[in-house]
Design a protein. Sequence first.
Length: 404
Amino acid sequence: MISHPYHTLYRKKLQGGFSLSERRRLLTRLKPLLLFFAVFTALFCLFALTLKYTFPFLVGFLLALLAQPLIRWMRGQLHFPGAVASIIATLVVYAVLFGLLFLLGFWLISEISHLVSHISGLSAGAGALTGPLQQLLERLGSSLQDIDADFIRQNQEQLVSIAKNGIGIVSQMLTAVLRFLTSLPTILTMFLVMILSTYFFSKDMESIRRRFTGMFSGKTVGNLKSYSHKGADMSWRYVRSYLLIYFITFLETLAVFAVLGVPYPLVLSIVTGIADLLPVFGPGTIYVPLSVFYALKGDYFRAVTLLVCWLLISAIRQIIEPKIVSSSINIHPLTMLAALYFALVAKNFWVLIYFSALIICYQIFTQSGALPRLFGEEPAAAGSEKMDGDSGKREKNGTLGRAP
């Protein structure tokens, strides 16, 4: 019985550990990976810390990239000067962008206003809603009368703490509103800088490319183009996988609301799909208030069913998210599950972005050959397999002499 070379190598490692050459190969494999991890972490931290300063310029650069085909067409077909083509392309890009945002906002506001008018129209039958609420308040009042005065004195500090927390929440809300109102000039300035940066990037994009590629050799420029194309493709597949997850949440919510007879199921399902972007709570932003609303109306069946459906949808998402995302960018589902778990434990959305970007960049560089794989095949085993294959071919051909 012929033993497989990899099994022989594995037994050798168990018996005598790693040899000097094997340790060198392991260090040769780990050094570029550790360097990649350190450089990526430093660049990501720099990106996250400076995003509030670089955001308008980053968006302007991305929009300028989108406008390049239109600029090239106007310069080639219409013979427009570069500055004129850049101005027109910038205006077209922002007109389309703000037009879509305006139409989406107008549609959402109109639908929400219809929903609010529908809810306010329920005041005609307010007895169905206020009856259970009034009974609840009466029970609460009778329960308060039965509370012993000693209990209140013993828990006075806790009650005062609860009251202080409530006041603190209200003050935080007012502070947030005041901060938003005072930041309006900054927001307007940011949009102005974004528009101007888009124009200048659009006008000087060719010069920027020439100066950037001039710093590297032709081979390095080719590798950078290959990395950028693979990165764009993998990033698009990553975004597409999450769009599919949000669409599944939308369809599940639409089916639940339609079966239960919830008013405006389409609008509420779209809002739920958008709320799925929120970490931790997600669709519960819509399901929990609706459940409370039906519980106050006395419709306990719908209230409980909505809560159960919310838990089921959340569980389904936690199951399918690692599978869909990992299959779209060709990674193991356990890796994506670990990234989601780290983000939930840290309660920080940046952690999910960090690990997702790290995985995507690692896949790009390993597939292009710029980085070795962390768990790749052993070179000795691979070489032994190749020698066995060559020996088998020579035996089949009847040439059992020495290999050339």
